[in-house]
Design a protein. Structure first.
Ligand SMILES: NC(=O)c1ccc[n+]([C@@H]2O[C@H](COP(=O)([O-])OP(=O)(O)OC[C@H]3O[C@@H](n4cnc5c(N)ncnc54)[C@H](OP(=O)(O)O)[C@@H]3O)[C@@H](O)[C@H]2O)c1
Length: 278
């Protein structure tokens, strides 16, 4: 029941009505018995700074931030964490006393999900990350901190790949479609929007699948559909393949813990993201 004591969190973005975050976070609050509620707040482009001021004025405890506000809010908070400063974007705002702190949980959420799903840390592994958008930036930066042995960043636009590779000392750039880059990797990550429902080039696979081996760890961060063409190809040859729901939950769990100080109930959050069994 919502009462005068209920605490408020939410997600700002445009569009945001389709977001899975309300289902995930409200399930987490319920599982932990917390008197909190999480809502989707449509905020038009250019109003990210106003939303940060509103967070302060309204006493909102925490905000998730999605497109198009991730960079805008970074310029409007009182303080940025080192990760948010490096990336220049925030996906999570939390309060520390009177101050509003901007942070990014995407990269560490990816690493946490990788560890949970594969039962091993990225430390010492050789990664091929395909893509150089916002998600790839977070992932490469976090893999660098997590001690990856090497990271090859391959992207359609090579200039963007170089910018992303600059975020980790062990990262270099590669060529999209290069079989040798796949062969030389322990783990292959799709961080492009290829494979996404309603995304570019339906059915296209972002890596040369003929170079995949059964011992590859494969992650597709796209989570709609859950089984992308890359994951289907990886599973067909017996490779261990993880979908994007893990990263989605990983980043949400870290935000939840910053807001509430309570350990995130991962199972309840995952069930909420997946919806009722079909
Ligand atoms: N699981 C999660 O928690 C999570 C979190 C964030 C994002 N995602 C998913 O990850 C995907 C990327 O998100 P983002 O925010 O990084 O997007 P973004 O910033 O728009 O980047 C898109 C990336 O996809 C590449 N790309 C687009 N169309 C392509 C094509 N036809 N051929 C080859 N490459 C193409 C772009 O290459 P260019 O640089 O050459 O344009 C770029 O590298 C989306 O599907 C998103 O839903 C998942």
């Amino acid at each position: 029941m919502i009462t005068g004591a209920t605490r408020l969190a939410g997600v700002i973005g445009d569009p945001v009505r389709h977001s899975l975050s309300p289902a995930i976070h409200n399930a987490a609050f319920a599982a932990c018995g917390l008197d909190w509620v999480y809502v989707a707040l449509p905020v038009p482009a250019g109003e990210g700074g106003a939303a940060v001021r509103a967070m302060r004025a309204l006493g909102i405890e925490g905000l998730s931030v999605t497109m198009p506000h991730k960079a805008d809010v970074a310029g409007a908070v009182d303080e940025l964490t080192p990760v948010a400063r490096t990336l220049g974007v925030c996906n999570c705002l939390y309060r520390r006393g009177d101050r509003i702190v901007g942070h990014s949980t995407d990269g560490d959420g990816f690493v946490a999900a990788f560890e949970t799903r594969f039962g091993r840390a990225p430390a010492g592994l050789r990664f091929l990350v395909v893509g150089a958008g916002g998600a790839a930036r977070s992932i490469v930066e976090a893999l660098g901190r997590a001690g990856a042995a090497s990271i090859v960043v391959a992207n359609r636009s090579p200039d963007r790949a170089a910018e992303v590779a600059a975020l980790a000392a062990v990262a270099t750039t590669g060529r999209l479609g290069d079989r040798e880059a796949v062969a030389a990797a322990d783990a292959v990550v799709n961080a492009t929007s290829l494979g996404m429902e309603g995304g570019p080039e339906p059915g296209a696979v972002p890596v040369p699948i003929e170079a995949l081996r059964p011992d590859h760890l494969v992650v597709d961060i796209v989570y709609e559909p859950r089984v992308t063409p890359l994951l289907a190809a990886a599973e067909a040859i017996g490779a261990d393949a993880a979908d994007g729901v893990g990263m989605l939950i990983g980043q949400a769990a870290l935000s939840f813990e910053l807001w509430t100080g309570v350990a995130a109930p991962l199972e309840a959050m995952t069930r909420a993201a997946l919806g009722p069994p079909s």
